[in-house]
Design a binder for this molecule. Structure first.
Ligand code: DQA
Length: 145
């Protein structure tokens, strides 16, 4: 099972960035956490981060026929990007949405998730653990398919 984990803008600044919201662990720690989880469930994971919407769209398009599942934290593009929503729908790869913070308790502009409309499940407010839950969910979902 090959999983693609996509992280959107500013997540590369984890640790530095608003630690009271996103925690004090850095992006390298998140990548390590994801790889440890992949090893635990017997999956192969590629972790991709970009600050650019088009690069994320390109990555989703190239995932077709290569990855069986996608975990995506589109970060701020969650709330703006119909292009990422359309790319997820176009490739039809089962995708799970993750947010480190609980966006449902935050500003009104964070209350819409376009990408989430193409996802089979969302985890929010669980920090790094949300990625682990998303990977477990995809493993079970793909096994049942
Ligand atoms: C985020 C929440 C988004 O609203 C925000 O723009 C981010 C990170 C999260 O992981 O909690 O950059 O996706």
């Amino acid at each position: 099972m090959k999983l693609l984990v996509i992280n959107g803008p500013n997540l590369n600044l984890l640790g530095l960035r608003e630690p009271e919201i996103y925690g004090s662990r850095d992006y390298a720690a998140l990548c390590g956490f994801i790889q440890d989880k992949a090893a635990e469930i017997g999956a192969e994971a590629e972790v991709f981060q970009s600050n650019h919407e088009g690069a994320i769209v390109d990555k989703i398009q190239r995932a077709y026929g290569v990855f069986q599942g996608i975990v995506i934290n589109p970060a701020a593009y969650t709330h703006t990007s119909i292009a990422i929503l359309d790319a997820l729908k176009a490739v039809g790869i089962p995708a799970v949405e993750v947010h480190l913070s609980d966006v449902s308790l935050r500003e009104p502009f964070r209350q819409v998730s376009y990408a989430g409309m193409a996802c089979i499940k969302t985890y929010m407010g669980l920090g790094f653990e949300g990625y682990a839950k998303a990977m477990d969910y995809l493993k079970d979902y793909l096994a049942a398919e």
